[in-house]
Design a protein around this ligand. Structure first.
Ligand SMILES: *Cc1c(COP(=O)(O)O)cnc(C)c1O
Length: 385
């Protein structure tokens, strides 16, 4: 048996120990943690919908109508009118024939990989993909090959060399720890040439990108017809919880038959589906949220550049500052906390070794003054380290 205490102690000494803070308020640009009011720059609530009155009202109404629990899996008796309506609205919104709800994005990704691929098949993933995509591939039993970040040539040669029966390419659309965007049009072309499936995970693009918030495909002007599998989550910009996969009639029916993370789990509460329906309406109709977010991103980037901070190639709400060293990332995060600013230090294995970072995320509800306050504190900290 391994010595857990020693291993935990070693993690601490490497600056890799993780611990939780206790939040005592709703998500917002200001949150109460351990009794202290903090300026929040580490939430994925990009459009400030996680505590929106209309969405809460829809959820309350859903609770009155359906109660709290769905009672069973979708294929037994848990698939409510609310779930079904949300699926239809998500399909409409994303421009796909059908959509299928999953309880979490993690489960959607494992369901896709495991349904389409097994032993004898090949899954190809960008080196910086989210852990849920990697885990999905491992669970499927297919051979997992990772290609260089955004490196179409590398993918191309790996696909060309592969003799696998089914080939599935999976990628973050917006990379969760870097904020850059995959070249989806070129990926689609490459996949088409090699008769490989293409799946994109738009957890961070859905709601925030594109004029109408349809996500990365709208932003890059790529037709849904070119990307057979589209997945996005509802716990980030949409401010609720859960995830969905959009695709053809046959893809969705196939997932309903085969995706174990769909079949063998209780359906999300119907009231939550009602909340997501209300959120989808706001995403569609309030483009000012995306405009506001974009203008704050520009303000942050130009301010940070003036300070000589090393930014990443990101035009999205994810604006990391890489420190490299894990201990330094923690130190900066703690110094910011002393100034009542909350930004978490992201360390390996979430990011590659030697690329620890402060993952700053912006929200449409931040004010220009709050952005300037952050820049001010960053200036003080980085000029003395
Ligand atoms: C957050 C995230 C997920 C997981 O979604 P959950 O609904 O939180 O399980 C999957 N993929 C990416 C890229 C993510 O950022």
């Amino acid at each position: 048996m391994k010595d857990l205490a020693t291993e935990l102690q070693q993690r601490k000494s490497e600056g890799l120990y993780r611990s939780r803070r206790i939040t005592e308020s709703a998500q917002s640009t200001e949150i109460i943690i351990d009794g202290k009011k903090l300026l929040n720059f580490c939430s994925n609530d990009y459009l400030a919908l996680a505590n929106h009155p209309d969405i809460k009202q829809a959820m309350k109404k859903g609770l009155d109508q359906y109660g709290t629990g769905s009672g069973s899996a979708h294929l037994i008796s848990g698939h409510s009118r609310a779930h079904h309506a949300l699926e239809e609205e998500l399909a409409d919104f994303t421009g796909y024939p059908r959509a299928l709800l999953f309880s979490t994005g993690y489960m959607a990704n494992s369901g896709i990989a495991q349904s389409l691929c097994g032993q004898g098949d090949g899954i190809f993933e960008d080196r910086l993909n989210h852990a849920s995509l990697l885990d999905g591939a491992l669970l499927s039993g297919a051979r997992l090959q990772r290609y260089g970040h955004l490196d179409i040539d590398d993918l191309n040669s790996k696909l060309a060399a592969s003799k696998k029966q089914e080939k599935l390419v999976m990628t973050d659309a917006v990379f969760s720890m870097d904020g850059d965007i995959a070249p989806v049009g070129e990926l689609a072309e490459t996949c088409h040439q090699h008769q490989a499936w293409l799946m994109i995970d738009d957890a961070h693009g859905f709601g925030t990108l594109g004029k109408q918030g349809r996500g990365t495909l709208e932003q890059l002007n790529v037709s849904p017809a070119e990307v057979p599998i589209y997945m996005a989550t509802l716990g980030k910009a949409a401010g609720t919880a859960g995830a969905f996969v959009a695709g053809s009639e046959d893809l969705i029916e196939y997932l309903i038959q085969h995706a174990r993370s769909y079949v063998y789990t209780t359906a999300m509460p119907p009231a939550l589906a009602e909340a997501s329906r209300a959120s989808l309406k706001i995403i569609q109709h309030e483009s000012w949220r995306r405009e506001q977010l974009q203008s704050l991103i520009k303000r942050f980037r130009s301010g940070a550049q003036q300070l000589g901070l090393q930014l990443m190639h990101s035009a999205t709400a994810i604006q990391p500052i890489v420190t490299g060293d894990s201990q330094q990332a923690i130190r900066v995060s703690e110094q910011l906390l002393d100034k009542n600013i909350l930004i978490s230090a992201i360390r390996p294995p979430t990011v590659p070794n030697g690329s620890a970072r402060l993952r700053i995320t912006l929200s449409a509800a931040h004010t220009e003054q709050q952005i300037d306050q952050l820049l001010n504190e960053l200036e003080k900290i980085f000029s003395t380290t």
